[in-house]
Design a protein around this ligand. Structure first.
Ligand code: 0X9
Ligand code: ZN
Length: 306
């Protein structure tokens, strides 16, 4: 297992995923979801005791680092893999649920955030004046209505819905397992939120259930969190933070995933400026642990109501 005392580079996480697939060949499949803009593979793991063949099981899909500077979110996906495969004390989670876990949803941006600009958020799509598309504005759901048309903005939505290969990767996964994905968690930072769609403030038909399961997840994290960190706030994105369109969380709702959330992990030392994206090495394992408590609460609800 990778000790969660530092942030891992993209290649290190890739190697770890290869290793898990080799160590647990009957439970783990490494899948290449497609190339990034710069040509790297967006890899993810399928974790299943029945090789994804038992269609009676629900699927839980977790991803991190769609926004590359949100480094702390890596702890959540790595911790989840460790608990499912290595620690595996609560075996209902791996026996009764199929998991899709994607630690690095935006590899080009993530590598750039290590090598060149620690606070890079978008992908690395070329632009003459400004680079990058905000992948969490590029999905085909209310596209372009609450996002920026300017390539120089941090929330630039791209030239058209799904113009970016990285958002297409997750689109394909959501569509491939449309009927079975019961819970989708797109893990971001920062602010200690459980957010749900739609990002324009309209609630989906199951809005009330979406809210109550969000509270279940938030409460489970709160019960495990450090006392000096804030409680999680649960709510609709537009009603809680700001409006935003074209997000992965909204796209998942639109293809029929009933429980779809953006988790915003806590800010670095309570910061409310850009330094909130920095990572305290002492908090990485805790971030993994407390987020896992939330994931488990959501996953078990999803399982019992599938
Ligand atoms: O603005 C975003 O994309 C997310 N916040 S962040 O600071 N990580 O950039 C929030 C997206 C939440 N979207 C929905 N719940 N639809
Ligand atoms: Zn984000």
């Amino acid at each position: 297992a990778l000790p969660l005392n530092r942030v891992y580079r993209w290649q290190e996480v890739e190697n770890h995923m290869v290793q898990l697939a080799q160590t647990y060949p009957d439970k783990v499949t490494l899948v290449n979801g497609g190339p990034t803009y710069e040509g790297r593979p967006v890899n993810y793991l399928r974790v299943s005791t029945t090789n994804f063949q038992d269609l009676s099981k629900p699927v839980v899909f977790i991803m991190s680092l769609l926004h590359s500077r949100e480094w702390i979110t890596q702890a959540a996906t790595l911790y989840a893999l460790d608990q499912l495969l290595v620690n595996n004390t609560e075996s209902d989670l791996i026996n009764d649920i199929d998991w899709i876990i994607m630690p690095t949803a935006n590899p080009d941006g993530y590598i750039f955030s290590h090598d060149s600009d620690r606070f890079w958020r978008k992908n690395r799509k070329y632009g003459r004046r400004c680079m990058g598309v905000d992948l969490n504005r590029n999905y085909d759901i209310n596209w372009g209505t609450e996002s920026s048309d300017s390539p120089c903005y941090e929330d630039y939505h791209g030239t058209e819905p799904f113009s970016e290969p990285e958002s297409v990767v997750t689109k394909k996964i959501l569509e491939e397992h449309q009927d079975r994905i019961q819970l989708f968690l797109d893990i971001h930072s920062y602010g200690s939120y459980v957010l749900y769609g739609y990002g324009n403030g309209e609630l989906p038909p199951n809005g009330e259930a979406l809210s109550s399961v969000g509270v279940l997840i938030g409460d489970a994290i709160d019960a495990a969190k450090l006392t000096n960190n804030p409680n999680y706030t649960v709510g609709n994105l537009a009603q809680t933070l700001y409006p935003a369109s074209g997000g992965s969380q909204d796209y998942a709702l639109s293809v029929g995933v009933p429980y779809s959330y953006c988790l915003e992990l806590p800010a670095f030392r309570g910061s409310s400026s850009i330094t909130g994206f920095l990572v305290d090495p002492e908090f990485i394992e805790q971030a993994g642990y407390e987020t896992w408590e939330g994931i488990k609460a959501g996953a078990r609800y999803a399982l019992n109501n599938y």
